[in-house]
Design a protein. Structure first.
Length: 64
């Protein structure tokens, strides 16, 4: 999916809406240097890969 966005927030919100509509899904937000800054999981997505911070994928609450 490729759409032009004016802000990073718009791009993240769009990706999250798309992921919620196509379960199971994960969204990873990358920093400029390529590391995963934030990750979201929806549905029965597997556990977050090592190096991603926070809680288990699929748990309620939004950000890892």
């Amino acid at each position: 999916m490729h759409e032009p966005h004016h802000t990073q927030r718009e791009a993240i919100d769009s990706a999250r809406r798309h992921a919620k509509a196509h379960l199971p899904a994960q969204v990873a937000v990358h920093a400029r240097d390529g590391h995963v800054r934030t990750a979201y999981a929806y549905g029965e997505a597997s556990e977050a890969p090592r190096g991603e911070r926070g809680r288990r994928a699929g748990a309620r609450g939004g950000i890892f």
